[in-house]
Every structure is written in C-alpha cells, then in structure tokens.
Ligand binder design. Sequence first.
Ligand SMILES: Nc1ncnc2c1ncn2[C@@H]1O[C@H](COP(=O)(O)OP(=O)(O)OP(=O)(O)O)[C@@H](O)[C@H]1O
Ligand SMILES: Cc1ncsc1CCO
Ligand SMILES: [Mg+2]
Length: 262
Amino acid sequence: MKVALLDELRAQNPIVFNVSNFVTVQDVANGINAIGASPIMSEEVAEADEMVGLAGAVCLNLGAVTATQVTQIRAVGQSANRQHRPLVIDPVAVGAVKYRMQMATGLLNDFHPDVIRGNAGEIAALAGVDWQAKGIDAGEGTGDRTAIAKACAQKLKCVVILSGPTDVITDGERAVKVLNGTKLFQIHVGSGDMLSSIVAAFCAVTDDYFEAAQTACLVFAAIGQLVAEATPNLGAGTFIMKLLDKLQTATVAEIEGIAAFE
Ligand SMILES: Nc1ncnc2c1ncn2[C@@H]1O[C@H](COP(=O)(O)OP(=O)(O)OP(=O)(O)O)[C@@H](O)[C@H]1O
Ligand SMILES: Cc1ncsc1CCO
Ligand SMILES: [Mg+2]
C-alpha cells in the first residue's frame, strides 16, 4: 500500500475524464478537484477522442445511461484502449436491472477496462454469482466477497474493487482488504461514484493499477473515517461538505495514522 501516491497525485494534478451520471456529476467533479486532480466531463461523442487524449485516466459511470449515451460510452472506452489511457468502469445497478446487465456486458465485449469498481450486488452480477441486489445499493447476499471479487477479476481480466463496509481489491490472484470507512458513506448517494473517479485519478499517476486501486480505496475510506471521528453525530448534509474539505487537506501522515488493511 503506497499512501504517498496521494502526494504524487497532488503534484501531477492529472486530468480525469468522466462520463458521469446526472445524479452525482457535481460530487464527482468536486471530489476529483478536492483531492488534487482535474475533472472534465463530456457527453458528446464527437469529442470523445480529443477528451481521452488530454486525460491521464478515464472513468465511465453506467449509472443513468440513454441509448445515445451508450454509443458515446462505447466510443470513449474504445478510444481509451486505443490511446492507452487507464480505464475505470462503475457498473451502477447491473445486479438489479436486466437491461443494465445486458448493456454492461455488451460494452465489456467492445473495450477492456483496467479497473471495475462496484458494490457487492454489482460485482456479484458481473461475476455471475447469485446475490439480491437492491437498486443502486449492494443489497443482501451471503457469498464470500473476496471469492466473488476474484471471480469477477478473472472473468473480466482486470482489477476489481468490491466496495462496502470492507473494500476488497483484487487482480484475480492477490487480494487486499481496506477496513477503514464510516457508515455515513451510505447516506450520501454518490459516495461510490466519487470513489470510482478517484480510483481513476490514482491510475493516472502509476502504471500499477492494483496498487492505484488499493491506495484510492484506503485514502477515500480513511478520509471519510477521519471526518466522522472528528464530529460526532454528523448528518448527511454536513458529511459531504466536510468530506470535500478533508479530501483537500488530509495528509499522507494522517491517513497512514489510521490505515487499516490486510
Ligand atoms: N458500512 C460502511 N462502513 C464503512 N464504509 C463504508 C460502508 N459502506 C460503504 N462504505 C464506503 O463507502 C464508499 C462507497 O462504497 P459503496 O459500496 O457504498 O458504493 P456504492 O454502493 O456504489 O455507492 P453509491 O452508488 O450510492 O454511490 C467506499 O469507500 C466504502 O468503503
Ligand atoms: C440514484 C442513482 N440512480 C441512477 S445513478 C444514481 C446515483 C448513484 O450512482
Ligand atoms: Mg454505486
């Protein structure tokens, strides 16, 4: 685990190109900006190649996608592969909606992601494992989360992050668990979307995407935990404000001070 990558990210200030969903786009932009990278968003297929070309990494969020946007997402994913930009996918609610599963499966045949970040319901669905996903949320399941994440990583040949109370990060062989976090993440819609784009930001500053994924999960979860511990009884509204503040100011030493992983 290389928490010092956070300083590298802040020094390089990489551009992260996101195709976000309309629900959480501003959280994603502000989260990337606060941590020290530079967000740019686009929904226009005509500028796909140019956008990918100027970015250090690309994050595709499948959260609220129309047929027109699927065409653009396909073009962006293929362009990222062609231009050798790290590519992160957030497969929102593929475990809950058959249409989304078909759409995501089709896209994953058309381009190759370097990292997939989803909750248990989403990663189980991609792995082909039974799980009761609930809309955008992880839902209920009893399977071994590390085994499910590994199965997904082996099937899709990429790094997989299965996030939740514990984040599991795997390349299909090795697996690391990040134990930090706070339940407050669950009452902010878009915590997962922010994490996915922050994973992309870390992928922009190292070629080791397994390392980038682990570090992003640790940094994000630990910063949430620092915020929660600093103010007891924090509510949903103030949590996101304080989370953005702490994404901006948290130091490597502070994060290393509470880092819990195995
Ligand atoms: N109960 C919890 N305790 C601690 N941390 C949590 C908990 N639930 C989620 N997290 C953290 O919240 C962040 C987002 O992960 P989560 O699995 O909730 O994403 P998600 O389900 O895709 O969210 P959304 O789609 O609503 O944005 C991760 O950093 C994860 O570690
Ligand atoms: C609530 C919601 N619906 C589609 S996307 C989204 C935000 C979480 O990704
Ligand atoms: Mg999500």
